[in-house]
Design a protein. Structure first.
Length: 342
């Protein structure tokens, strides 16, 4: 039987449901309405006709912290409903989504441990990436304890074993460690799905996300005297759309201008490097949105599930950015919202 027909039988209704979810996301007019608000309470009223309504209908303290908590709860419940009802390839895809957040939480807590030994910052982690073993970091005296209680019995082990980590928390460069975790994680997942016909487009998404990690790592280490040349290359994921020559040039960049010069030779990025630094990053995010939306044009491709939740993450960031601008009376800053136009 043709695999595309089999995929349609298995996932057709799910893919149709995701198309419907994307079409009901906030549009330009919704953001314009939110931008007219004077308070978070006003924003809650404007969102009463959206998928967030049931999470904002209960009486709540109208502050940004509680507002974000409710929006994240909406995201969590929607994701977990799909996750609990998934199997096989879809489960694999959603696991990848969760694992990225688990790694972020893990590194965030380790990086915070020296200055916050009791990890009061635990409440700041993403609930989707929470797992029981993370609590062990609170009682860990050093990284040996972390390995024993938090890593050894979890998915983190296969990535941890590829990273050199000092025993004392404060002696580690967590930016390098996180970059190495993400590099190994994305490469491992790419290998897992390389021969699957249920998510061909996901391979393109991973290459784009690999590109973004390369660009962001380069920008974040422009002032570094340690993370240059080969050390940068060692942290770059091999899953990307850059050729070897561009990778080498990127590793040698020492300014935003030199990064732009490299990107000018790339067909996907040359159009977005003509702007100032802040606009460059905004245009990179705009391109990200377009790439995620393109998953909807793929026939019987599960990648749209992953892309939908990435779009939903962006939508919540947009809402909270507007709330932040309102609290600081910064109407001009609202133009930085990344509108998702399907």
């Amino acid at each position: 039987m043709d695999s595309s027909y089999t995929n349609f039988e298995k996932y057709g209704s799910l893919i149709a449901e995701i198309h419907g979810k994307v079409s009901s996301m906030l549009q330009q007019s919704d953001y314009e309405s939110l931008e007219q608000c004077e308070t978070v309470e006003d924003m809650v009223v404007r969102l009463s006709h959206t998928s967030y309504a049931s999470y904002l209908s209960e009486e709540l303290q109208f502050n940004k912290k509680e507002f974000l908590k409710r929006l994240n709860k909406s995201f969590y419940n929607e994701f977990m409903y799909m996750y609990r009802n998934s199997e096989n390839d879809l489960k694999l895809l959603l696991n990848y989504f969760i694992e990225v957040i688990k790694i972020q939480n893990f590194i965030f807590l380790l990086a915070s441990k020296s200055e916050d030994p009791d990890l009061k910052c635990m409440e700041e982690i993403d609930m989707l990436g929470n797992f029981n073993e993370l609590d062990a970091i609170k009682i860990s005296a050093d990284m040996s304890d972390v390995y024993k209680f938090c890593v050894e019995s979890t998915f983190l082990k296969k990535y941890y074993d590829k990273v050199y980590i000092e025993k004392e928390f404060a002696k580690n460069d967590w930016q390098i460690i996180q970059s190495t975790f993400f590099k190994n994680h994305i490469e491992n997942f790419y290998d897992q799905i390389n021969n699957l016909d249920t998510m061909d487009y996901m391979k393109e998404i991973l290459k784009y996300e690999g590109d973004r990690k390369i660009i962001e790592l380069t920008i974040n280490t422009l002032d570094s005297v340690d993370i240059v040349d080969k050390k940068r290359i060692d942290l770059y994921p091999t899953v990307c759309s850059f050729d070897r020559g561009s990778i080498c040039k990127m590793s040698e960049c020492t300014s935003m201008e030199s990064i732009r010069d490299v990107l000018c030779g790339h067909p996907m990025y040359k159009k977005i490097v003509m702007y100032e630094d802040n606009d460059f990053m905004k245009n990179l995010f705009d391109l990200e949105i377009k790439n995620y939306l393109s998953s909807l044009s793929e026939f019987n491709d599960l990648s749209c599930a992953y892309c939908y939740f990435k779009l939903k993450e962006r939508e919540i960031k947009n809402i909270m950015w507007i709330a932040e601008c309102i609290s600081h009376e910064n109407k001009e800053g609202m133009k930085d919202v990344i509108v998702i136009e399907n």
